[in-house]
Design a protein. Structure first.
Length: 454
């Protein structure tokens, strides 16, 4: 049997009842977290550009466009919602693998509404999406030399959305293999090496298109199309198309049903790139312990991974997208009580006080940091704050808040984050009702769970 068919058979056999309780609970919290990100992100500049464009080509479908009164057909609803989810940089994180949920949950929700799915079926489909996506990423992770030349996320994470949509349509293993075979034809190219150009694109990782492309592939199978049923097999498999220089096929199914990648996925408390979070944690810990603000500081020095020093300390950001990848800006916001916990704001980019504080923040490589980042996927940072009185305070961390093994960001924190994000857009009452229904998703239909959005 081919690897592709073996994977399709395994995915097709996945059921809600076989999943451990911690996996089910994590999936529900990830849905809650992403719906909050979609609702809040719907008001962002990038979403205000994308959603009207999609509205010109679609209207009257069955699927919710979060944060709006619009309803689109599933592919376009998933496109709009995924784009909104990524706008505030608050969606989930798996280190070196970006934000897997934004390429799974929008498609799953949109298709679940379309087919009037149960909450249980949605949860199982989302778990399947995480497993497929992150196992593929692990299997085809390139060498560091290749990653410096070819990298990306949405081009392979599209398989997570394809998996979720296939499960919700109750595809057979053969149909899932067909969908996998068609999916690369709808995937964006691996454009990561050009990601940091200025001005930075509001498409970010282009997860919106990955969701739409996956649903399109699934819908074509429903119409009778066939795809290549050996898409993951051989020297010409998807991994080669995607620009990788190695592929460990056994990682696709190794310990399936024992190790759950969804459990290893982290929540984000701050609306900036995950790679900056340990530095923010260190600064906040020092502030809590020593009670200082921006006026008390002479300078701050951040030591971290060489790649972060190179890429996250450039020209002053001209948009919130660029600001999400700027360490001095992120730390200066904390010192001015303008934390990114509810997302970055356009108005803060022109704040002269924030600019002056950021100018006092310098970066350099932390010895040994590169090795633990690339080998262990840790995010080491040391922050040293020199006060006006000459005293220097330091803190160091390797695992950020919300990541497995880091400071906790559990259900209470995720619920509070959801209410902070959703209430300003849909109102406190609707936000509270939606939170409760999403936490009870396993006992509801998806359409009933989303009624507070109507």
């Amino acid at each position: 049997m081919s690897l592709t068919q073996d994977v399709a058979n395994t995915v097709a056999s996945l059921t809600y009842d076989e999943l451990p309780a911690p996996v089910l609970d994590k999936a529900k919290l990830l849905v809650l977290d992403h719906v909050g990100c979609m609702i809040a992100g719907s008001t962002s500049r990038g979403a205000r550009q994308m959603t009207p464009y999609l509205a010109r080509i679609d209207s009257g479908g069955p699927s919710t466009v979060f944060g709006t009164s619009l309803r689109f057909h599933s592919a376009n609803a998933a496109h709009a919602n995924a784009h909104s989810a990524s706008m505030l940089s608050l969606d989930d994180s798996y280190v070196l693998f970006g934000h897997p949920g934004a390429s799974i949950i929008p498609a799953a929700l949109a298709v679940a509404e379309e087919v009037n799915s149960s909450g249980k079926a949605l949860i199982a489909a989302i778990v399947g999406g995480y497993e497929m996506s992150l196992r593929l990423g692990t299997a085809m992770r390139p060498t560091e030399d290749r990653r410096r030349h070819v990298s990306g996320l949405a081009h392979w994470q599209i398989f997570g959305a394809c998996t979720a949509a296939s499960l919700l349509h109750r595809f057979s293993a053969v149909q899932i293999a067909d969908a996998y075979g068609l999916t690369p034809m709808h995937a964006p190219l691996p454009f990561g090496r050009k990601f940091d150009s200025r001005p930075m694109s509001f498409l970010k990782n282009n997860y919106g298109w990955a969701n739409k492309g996956a649903i399109t592939a699934v819908d074509l199978v429903r119409e009778g199309f066939h795809g290549n049923r050996t898409i993951f097999d051989g020297d010409d498999g998807f991994w080669a198309m995607a620009g990788s220089d190695r592929f460990e096929a056994r990682s696709m199914l190794d310990r399936w049903g024992e190790r759950y990648f969804i459990i290893e996925t982290g929540f984000k408390p701050y609306g900036v790139c995950r790679w900056i979070h340990t530095a923010i944690d260190c600064l906040r810990a020092l502030q809590t312990r020593h009670r200082f603000d921006h006026a008390d500081i002479r300078c701050i020095h951040v030591e971290t991974v060489t790649e972060f020093v190179r890429d996250f300390n450039g020209p002053w950001p001209q948009s919130t997208i660029e600001a999400a990848f700027h360490i001095p800006y992120a730390l200066a916001l904390e010192l001015h009580d303008k934390s990114s916990v509810t997302g970055l704001r356009e108005d803060d980019l022109s704040d002269e006080g924030v600019k002056q504080t950021a100018a006092r923040i310098s970066l350099s490589t932390l010895p040994g940091a590169d090795e633990v980042f690339y080998a262990q996927r840790l995010l080491p940072a040391r922050v040293s704050v020199t006060l006006q009185n000459g005293k220097t305070l330091s803190a160091q961390a390797e695992v950020p808040t919300g990541a497995p093994g880091g400071p906790p960001f559990g259900q209470a924190e995720v619920e509070a984050k959801f209410l902070r994000l959703a209430s300003p857009v849909i109102g406190a009452i609707n936000a509270a009702r939606l939170k409760e229904s999403l936490l009870e998703l396993d006992g509801l239909s998806v359409r009933d769970a989303l009624k507070p959005c109507a």
